[in-house]
Design a protein around this ligand. Structure first.
Ligand code: ADP
Length: 383
């Protein structure tokens, strides 16, 4: 099962996109609807609300008077927390139940307005943000939802900012104009779901592309996901995509800190479920070190975002080499340019004769020289 978080500001068109995905076959879990369900007449949730806020939050027919509750619950921070203390755990349980009930080979879309505010992005395989600028949202809320303008403005102002939403968006759907076509997104979700279920990593032969300014933000999102799946362990963005300005294959590399390989093996299933299936055991022979160092390799299942994940022990030479090589390239513009040229030359050669092994071999002279240059760089750092 694939868990997708769908969010966006009020009036952005989140529910509209959710419906499009439902038409394709997604299971939708609507957070707003669950929030209403837990306070329906006869629920213990509503009973607790009445006990806390008084029975003047009820209509004559016993249903919840939302305006009356809002007036009380949003009057003070304490009151707000009291209400959240009643509703949040119940909504959480109901959400988990609905997820568990969804088909095993399904795509579950959690339509949740407060995904950013609740800091939940890392718990999903993918986060989709629906965007419309504030003026458009205001117009929609007032015209098609009949909301009072002052109310709509206040709601918009109380939510996360566009920048905060952009930071968690693996997919950004602009719904300022025409409703977006979800065909490409749906294909990605279906492919991703199948890969997660079958423990398959996304494959294909990526080519070297110019540095992409979006890589650091993408890496941050993926790293948080990996770390969460691995019990909060430390994750480092390494490899060429971690060096600003450097041309690279569009594959994000990470290393995850593990105490030892037994721990790495224990994390295998959790990482696979989070979208990073196991590839295999490997030995690294880092430059300037004559040892062999174990690692476990995982890779990303998302067909729209290639990832390599190396499980290594911090302090071991293979972990340290990845960090030093990255830091040296970040620091040394000359080295960066040389390395970019080596890689571009290689990818030209590769395109010409298609020999995959030539790629690694032809890097040799540069890598050999790098050992001494990195030593010099580290010496300079230490003094
Ligand atoms: P949300 O769930 O994000 O609050 P909705 O999907 O309910 O937003 O959309 C808010 C309103 O705007 C609805 O009345 C919807 O029909 C309308 N709407 C959504 N997308 C568009 C669009 N691209 N163009 C015009 N109106 C839209």
């Amino acid at each position: 099962m694939l868990r997708v978080g769908l969010t966006g500001g009020i009036g952005s068109g989140k529910s509209t996109v959710a419906r499009l995905l439902a038409d394709r076959g997604a299971t939708i879990i609507d957070a707003d609807r669950l929030a209403r369900e837990v306070l329906e007449p006869g629920t213990d949730g509503l009973g607790e609300v009445v006990a806390a806020f008084g029975d003047d939050v009820l209509n004559a027919d016993g249903t919840l008077n939302r305006a009356a509750l809002a007036a009380k619950a949003f009057a003070t921070e304490e009151a707000r927390q009291t209400l959240n203390g009643i509703t949040h755990p119940r909504i959480g349980r109901l959400t988990a139940e609905r997820m568990a009930a969804a088909p095993e080979d399904g795509v579950v879309v959690h339509d949740i307005p407060l995904l950013v505010e609740r800091d939940m992005a890392a718990a999903y395989h993918l986060v989709v943000v629906v965007h419309a600028d504030a003026a458009t949202r205001l117009h929609r809320l007032v015209t098609s939802r009949g909301m009072a303008e002052a109310d709509a403005r206040q709601r918009i102002a109380a939510q996360a900012t566009d920048e905060q939403r952009r930071a968690v968006a693996d997919v950004w759907l602009d719904n300022s104009g025409e409703v977006p076509d979800v065909t490409a997104l749906w294909d990605r979700l279906v492919g991703f779901e199948k890969n997660v279920r079958t423990r398959t990593y996304a494959s294909g032969r990526p080519v070297v592309v110019p540095y992409d300014e979006r890589w650091p933000a993408q890496a941050k999102r993926v790293a948080r996901r990996i770390s969460l799946a691995a019990g909060g362990r430390h994750v480092e963005h390494i490899g060429s995509t971690s060096v600003p300005g450097l041309a690279a294959k569009d594959v994000l590399d990470f290393q995850l800190a593990v105490e030892d390989m037994g721990t790495a093996d224990d994390l295998r299933e959790a990482l696979a479920q989070a979208g990073f299936p196991y590839v295999g055991p490997y030995e690294d022979t880092p430059r300037g070190d004559d040892g062999f160092w174990d690692k476990r390799l995982h890779a990303g299942a998302d067909p729209g975002r290639r990832v390599n994940l190396h499980l290594r022990v911090p302090g071991a030479a293979n972990w340290q080499w990845a960090v030093d090589f990255r830091d040296w390239l970040r620091h040394d513009a000359q080295a960066r340019e040389e390395y970019a040229n080596v890689k571009l030359e290689l990818s030209r050669r590769f395109a010409a004769d298609g020999d995959g092994f030539a790629y690694g071999d032809a890097k040799e002279p540069f890598m050999e020289a790098a050992v001494e240059r990195i030593k010099a760089y580290r010496g300079g750092q230490a003094s």
